[in-house]
Design a protein around this ligand. Structure first.
Ligand code: SF4
Length: 118
């Protein structure tokens, strides 16, 4: 299987194959971070969730938000469902925690823009 490393602009094309000992064999990585990324992708792929949340009484109806760390890709839908149900009250500041421990991942959903109160 081929994977492109997204950790730096070099974008190494890596080949990942199962080894004889049951471990993954990674080739084509330009550094050890790429190998770690490839192994993570093969076992538990992680993604940062970026989304928007409804705001009540603010200068904008939505506030952009993202998780403060990557979460397992198979938890993204559950996390999105939580964000769709949420309505926060203005004012909202950058870095405000909107949902703690989203989808039980240990990550928090934080605001990435400021929304003033009307
Ligand atoms: S493997 Fe290393 S050098 Fe290659 S893209 Fe990833 S981080 Fe960059």
């Amino acid at each position: 299987m081929e994977l492109i490393c997204i950790l730096c602009p070099r974008g190494c094309r890596m080949q990942v194959e199962p080894g004889a000992d049951g471990q993954w064999v990674v080739k084509g990585n330009g550094c050890s971070r790429g190998k770690d990324y490839a192994l993570q992708e093969m076992t538990c792929p992680m993604r940062t969730l970026t989304t928007s949340v409804w705001v009540e009484g603010g200068t904008y109806k939505l506030v952009s938000a993202k998780t403060d760390r990557s979460i397992p890709r198979d938890k993204i839908m559950e996390a999105l469902k939580q964000t769709k149900r949420l309505k926060v009250k203005a004012p909202v500041n950058i870095g405000d925690v909107l949902i703690e421990n989203i989808a039980g991942t240990g990550a928090n959903l934080v605001a990435t823009r400021k929304v003033e109160r009307v």
